[in-house]
Design a protein around this ligand. Structure first.
Ligand code: BES
Ligand code: ZN
Length: 888
């Protein structure tokens, strides 16, 4: 294999550009697949019926079939075998020329599921065959135009040993089955809906099936099936209940019904992502579907409901209407995240959901926007598409859809969606088509708004208000500016919906009348900021108001505004918008923490102002506030969010300041925390509903503060909670708080937990994660020794995420330790993983990409590690792209 020894320049992966998009030369109307499933070598026979694409740019292009790591065993066109001169083959594609319409191509390939550790294409997880084809995994199964704008009707026959693999599944409906004399059996599945290859799936294994049904609003009966390994048979109820909620919600909210007679979900242990929306056969990471009160936390329950919703909603936003090319990924992902966010908001607490979504956006997406990996919601170039399943495409993409919804209103948004689905059902389209449908349905112009799709970076909004008591006017000046990002030095102004209210001294919103309007209308407004600077004049304002800006986080921007601590404390207590009330508390905490950080850096004595403590006390004792909202209000901004606010990141000062604040709050509010913790006591049996979840979250927050005080009483409470609770939420909360303290009970309780739960891999992931997230100084040594623990497996993404991912992305102070050991550890893992699972390796290595934000010593250490990676020959495209862009 001498020709693989390419020099570095030759092996640099090429970049794919949006501007180079060309429609395919051929379309595939039908494909029949036959799999003879064997772990070591699976034989795949495919039969394609092709015709020229009338929409192609020229009429003489070749048929391009993608293929990767395939052994080509045979190829025929219209029944005649080809020899090597009849086609062009390299390690990425097979090209065929001059085919007539209706030509039949038959291909036999051999693949090796049992050595597939990348978990793309066909692989094995716990003695079960499964597939993952998005984005470009189908080409690892057979030669095919593996691009989303080729939509095909699939018929799939699976053949396998009946005893070992009694269940054989694929997309669509089962249409035939039979048994063979050699102990094998077969099932044929037919999917009536044309789909791109990335939505293909198959599963074969020995699986338990829990069945249910759903009656659509037009009266059709849909069979629902969840397939899991037999030991997980008692963990399916929540997913099934969530699925029925999702089906109902999409009917009620979007008027969209499910379209096949059967909907299946399969849980697998080895999976790169959370879950996948394959037509009629969703495949889920076991951690995102299985739940029982004893083994899953409230967060797990919540997450399962939303991800079941997400994948189900893709049936319309993604499957029926799909993406023309992968630059359009946010068309399906941003829209579907918006849909799952609304689903969760409608079923649970809306403000709580909004706050946690904004937390994700601010902690991760804003950070990405400020990094060398910054890209637009619709990127214009990539080397490896797997690297673009990002918080920008997903979460900022959802914010962009949300802004459209803010601009056109709920009803207008629904009209726009109806038109979009009507116009494009069965098609592969672009984000532009989505926006165009919104424009057409609402008679508006979103030309300027489209910049949200093409320009990267987080806009910064400046706001200043001036009140004139004489004329009773309030003049608000809003400005916008967006920092440069790689390849985009200069940005054009965005079209930004800015929701606001003006509050009087008791916190009541004032009636709003803009200059030029004949009478006041309402007490909150959505202003449209389109220029770099704009003024808005409100008249008839009877007193100096307090500005409540960007209510509900109406746009994904940073706000720059002078605010006194008093003003923030006022908003924290009174803002009628729950999101803004929380936000004022976070801003107040951040301002206070930034001062403490400075004090740490100057070696000054740290002190916490009393009015800050009092603001927290008031919130804690606020009897009629939703418990979950109190929890969020009393949770301090994360160390990584604080890092984002600093000109240069001083990880130790940030950690010290935040710990100091937590300890101060714990000591000064000790009795209040204790009161709330004791009253109203734990609930049993476990129930998943907003009220009980809120109660558990508040009690566990109190417990974690109480432990900060170091009192024996708190320690006793924690141990007693560990001993007496039977739900994982309370157990895990107590254990993870305990694991932050170097007490003798720590190891004892961790061991006990392990012994209790060692047969359950999902619970053991939590055990790894708790230890990797500990602030104790020897955490890296612990993590390193856990790498050799019998329950750890580097080939399992959940284990890698729980241990390595948690340490490198969720433990800022230990990962960034000044000796650089954390960076070396990460680099070693990335290099180890790159040949096993490049997607996982690339996701981990991005922990180094923000190196320029740190002090010069750390910069040097991180840069060295990035260079150490880049120097390795044979890097995957995935890792190469992240590392080379990070160093640029
Ligand atoms: N289509 C994706 C899953 C996917 C992405 C598979 C990239 C392969 C490559 C799926 O719809 C998805 O977005 N899943 C998310 C969870 C969701 C709730 C945001 C995931 O897996 O993290
Ligand atoms: Zn998705």
């Amino acid at each position: 294999m001498a020709d693989f020894a390419k020099d570095n320049a030759a092996s640099t992966p090429r970049t794919i550009y949006l501007k180079d998009y060309q429609p395919p030369a051929y379309l595939v109307d039908e494909v029949s697949l036959r799999f003879e499933l064997e772990p070591a070598t699976t034989r795949v026979n495919s039969r394609l019926v092709v015709r020229r694409n009338p929409g192609a740019e020229t009429s003489d292009g070749a048929l391009q079939l993608h293929g990767q790591n395939l052994e080509l065993a045979a190829i025929q066109v219209n029944g005649a075998a080809l020899d090597e001169a009849d086609y062009q083959l390299d390690d990425e594609q097979l090209l065929l020329d001059g085919l007539d319409d209706g030509a039949v191509i038959e291909i036999e390939t051999l693949i090796h599921p049992d050595t597939n550790t990348a978990l793309e294409g066909l692989y094995i997880s716990s003695d079960m065959f499964c597939t993952q084809c998005e984005a470009e995994g189908f080409r690892r199964i057979t030669y095919f135009p593996d691009r989303p704008d080729v939509m095909t009707r699939f018929t799939t026959t699976l053949v396998a040993d009946k005893a070992r693999y009694p269940v054989l599944l694929s997309n669509g409906n089962p249409v035939d089955q039979g048994e063979m004399e050699d102990g094998r059996h077969w099932v044929t599945w037919q999917d009536p809906f044309p789909k791109p290859s990335y939505l293909f799936a198959l599963v074969a294994g020995n699986l338990y099936c829990q069945e249910d049904s759903f009656r659509t609003r037009s009266g059709r009966n849909v069979t629902l099936k969840i397939f899991v390994e037999p030991e997980n048979r008692n963990k399916c109820d929540h997913a099934l209940a969530s699925l029925k909620q999702a089906m109902k919600w999409d009917e009620d909210t979007y008027g969209r019904e499910y379209d096949l007679d059967i909907f299946m979900i399969v849980a697998v242990n080895d999976f790169n992502m959370g879950a996948m929306e394959n037509k009629g056969l969703n495949i889920f990471n076991a951690s995102c579907v299985l739940a029982s009160p004893e083994t899953a936390t409230d967060a797990d329950y919540y997450n399962i409901q939303s991800i079941i919703g997400h994948e189900y909603f893709h049936n319309w936003s993604g499957n029926r209407v799909t993406c023309r090319d992968w630059f359009q990924l946010s068309l399906k992902e941003g829209f579907t995240v918006f849909r799952d966010q609304e689903f969760s908001s409608d079923l649970n607490s809306r403000p709580v959901k909004r706050i946690s979504d904004v937390n994700v956006l601010r902690s991760f997406q804003f950070a990405q926007d400020a990094s060398p990996m910054a890209h637009a919601v619709r990127p214009d170039a990539y080397m490896e598409i797997s690297n673009f399943y990002t918080v920008t495409v997903y979460n900022k993409g959802a914010e962009v859809v949300r802004m459209i919804c803010n601009l056109v209103g709920r009803e207008g948004f629904r009209k726009g969606c109806d038109l979009y689905f009507d116009r494009h059902d069965g098609q592969a389209v672009t984000t532009d088509d989505f926006v165009a449908a919104m424009e057409a349905a609402n008679g508006i112009d979103l030309t300027q708004f489209r910049r949200w799709y093409s320009q990267a970076g987080t806009p910064v909004i400046g706001a200043s208000g001036q009140y004139d008591a004489q004329t009773r006017t309030y003049r608000l000046t809003l400005t916008q500016q967006c920092p440069p990002t790689p390849g985009q030095e200069h940005k054009e102004a965005f079209h930004i919906p800015v929701e606001l209210a003006l509050l009087d001294s008791s916190g009541q919103p004032l009636a709003l009348q803009l200059e030029g309007e004949s009478s006041p209308a309402g007490n909150h407004r959505m202003l449209e900021l389109k220029q770099t600077s704009q003024q808005f004049e409100f008249t008839g304002i009877r007193e100096q108001p307090v500005l409540s800006l960007l209510s509900g986080f109406s746009a994904p921007v940073k706000l720059q505004m002078e605010r006194s601590d008093e003003e923030l404390a006022f908003l924290f207590a009174h803002d009628p918008d729950s999101f803004n009330r929380w936000n004022a508390g976070q801003t107040l905490a951040s301002q206070t923490l930034l001062q403490l950080i400075e004090q740490v850096q100057q070696n000054a004595t740290l002190s916490l102002q009393d009015n800050f403590v009092q603001a927290f006390r008031k919130t804690l004792q606020h009897a009629d506030l939703d418990h979950a909202l109190i929890t969020q209000a009393l949770s301090l901004p994360s160390e990584s969010y604080l890092a984002d606010q600093c000109a240069s990141v001083d990880v130790d000062a940030i950690h010290t300041a935040r710990e100091f604040m937590r300890k101060q709050l714990a000591e000064q509010l000790y009795d209040s925390f204790l009161d709330v913790y004791r009253n109203p006591g734990p609930d049993k049996p476990y129930r998943f509903d907003a009220a009980s979840m809120g109660r558990r979250s508040l009690r566990n927050l109190c417990l974690s503060y109480l432990l900060e005080s170091g009192s024996d009483e708190a320690r006793e409470l924690c141990l007693s909670q560990l001993q007496h609770t039977h739900n994982m939420t309370d157990t895990l909360a107590a254990l993870s708080s305990l694991s932050q303290h170097n007490w003798p009970e720590r190891v004892e309780q961790l061991n006990r937990f392990y012994d209790r739960w060692k047969p359950d891999p999902q619970v053991i992931d939590k055990w790894f994660s708790i230890q990797a997230g500990s602030r104790l100084p020897d955490t890296l040594q612990q993590v390193e020794s856990l790498l050799t623990h019998p329950a750890f497996r580097i080939t399992n993404p959940n284990k890698v995420r729980a241990l390595v991912g948690k340490f490198c992305m969720g433990n800022q102070v230990r990962f960034h330790s000044s000796d650089g050991e954390g960076y070396r550890f990460l680099t070693d893992r990335v290099l180890e993983l790159d040949s096993i699972n490049p997607q996982m390796a690339a996701r981990l290595v991005s922990a180094l990409s923000r190196w320029k934000r740190f002090d010069s010593e750390r910069q040097g250490l991180m840069q060295n590690e990035l260079q150490r990676i880049l120097a390795v020959t044979g890097l995957s495209r995935d890792v190469f792209e992240i590392v080379s862009k990070s160093l640029d």
